[in-house]
Design a protein around this ligand. Structure first.
Ligand code: C6P
Length: 414
């Protein structure tokens, strides 16, 4: 094993790994080395057990029945909402809306707040490192409303140029949407500072926390953003569930998005009265088991401690950065001074997809491609990268296996 410059953290990673059944398998005869956590993370047993418990004991619809199962199901679903509130340090559960994921949450804001508040000639500002889910909904809105989509550029390290960001915000800027952490580069944006700048000009800010929540404390009162979104499945919870946090006053004033059950107070053919927050935005039977699983995942991370997770991952990222830089022909894409959990790279003479395919034959799972962030790939002049994305259950030994794997890749292409 290579020796890093820092001593190993006190973090008991082997004990944590034992909580994740999927990590114990072999792939193509090799122990699984799962380094594709930004795409989706593995699930601890508590999450699987909680969902199993729901389906085997408490399965009933929420907010509808008077029978015991429905009471239990409603209590568990609303309990999960309180867990999310606590995790995000939001002021009220009225500010926590369950969605299918980060993508749906951004679309919800674009289609409700956006359609009600953006008009011809108004501006929406995003950054150059956004995921497509935080680009396309705003493009669609801009097109519909004849508004202008502006993009704050990044420098060669992959950091948003703050002076440019500030310069691009003006009196016509209605919405600013930015990633807390970039999925393609790992850049941590100075989100609180960017929110302050945007607020000074009266813009409303949405922060895409899909790649932040699994790695660091996301504190709504400290960030002071107006909307925050994330996905359960990247946060050690199930697929198909996510969260929109919104300041209560904004959510209150927004029109609903989808119509149907649970989002109404009363319906006649003449007029429908909408339900209170957050139910106004939760039409139809929700993903009850998903919310419960997400609650269990957030509790699991809280029990480990978000600060300890961030510290351990930082050490691992430093170790991984040093290790990759030691591989001849490898160039890192994204070298921001503040980074989280992502190592995107290209290797001289080998296509990223070939790297990922060969590594897979050795049990090492990484992602290759544009990572649903084509504009930032273009900014760096590459069509694709190989991306290693870490979680708190990864180890230095796995980074060593990756480096060894890249040696095999080179042999194949020699
Ligand atoms: N990024 C990746 O491999 P959904 O699909 O709704 O759960 O998350 C969308 C999303 C939004 N914002 C950011 C910053 C993201 O990284 C993602 C998902 C995955 O990088 C899948 S493309």
């Amino acid at each position: 094993m290579r020796t890093g410059t820092k001593t190993a953290s006190q973090f008991d990673v082997q004990r944590i790994r034992a909580d994740f059944p999927a990590l114990a398998q072999t792939v193509h005869g090799y122990p699984l080395v799962y380094l594709d956590n930004a795409a989706t993370s593995q699930k601890p047993r508590v999450v699987i057990d909680e969902m199993m418990r729901f389906y085997t004991q408490d399965c009933a619809n929420v907010h509808r029945g008077v029978h015991l199962l429905s009471e239990r199901s409603t209590a568990a679903y609303e309990g999960a909402r309180e867990t999310v509130r606590r995790f995000l340090n939001a002021r009220s559960t009225r500010e926590i809306v369950f969605t299918r994921g980060a993508t749906e949450a951004v679309n919800l804001v674009a289609q409700t707040y956006g359609r009600a508040n953006v008009g011809p000639g108004d501006e929406i500002l995003i950054t150059a490192l956004e995921h497509h889910s935080n680009i396309v909904p705003w493009q669609m809105l801009a097109e519909e409303k004849q508004a202008v989509l502006r993009v704050a550029p990044v420098d060669d390290r992959g950091e948003v140029i703050l002076e440019e960001f500030e310069r691009l915000i003006g009196p016509r800027t209605k919405i600013v949407a930015l990633a807390h952490v970039s999925n393609a580069l790992g850049t941590i944006n100075p989100a609180a500072e960017m929110v302050r700048i945007a607020h000074r000009e009266g813009a409303v800010v949405l922060v895409d926390g899909a790649q932040a929540v699994p790695h660091m404390q996301a504190d709504m009162r400290r960030l002071d953003c107006d909307f925050y979104v994330f996905s359960g499945h990247k946060t050690f919870g199930p697929t198909g569930i996510g969260v929109l946090y919104g300041k209560a006053a904004l959510l209150e004033a927004m029109p609903p998005w989808q119509g149907g059950g649970d989002m109404i107070r009363s319906v006649t053919f003449e007029k429908t009265l909408y339900n209170d927050l957050p139910y106004k935005f939760e039409a139809g039977t929700p993903h009850i088991a998903g919310a419960i699983g997400l609650g269990a995942a957030l509790d699991y991370m809280t029990a480990i401690g978000m600060d300890r997770i961030a510290e351990y991952e930082h050490e691992l990222l430093e170790y991984g950065t040093e290790a990759l830089l030691g591989v001849e022909g490898v160039r890192l894409i994204g070298t921001a001074r503040k980074k989280a959990a992502v190592l995107s790279f290209v290797m001289e003479g080998v296509h990223p997809h070939d790297i990922a395919t060969i590594l897979d034959r050795r049990g090492i799972a990484i992602r290759a491609g544009h990572h649903c962030a084509q504009p930032i790939m273009e900014r760096f002049g590459v069509p694709a990268t190989s991306r290693v994305s870490l979680a708190f259950y990864n180890t230095r030994q796995e980074i060593d296996a990756l480096v060894e794997g890249l040696g095999w890749v080179k042999e194949v292409f020699a």
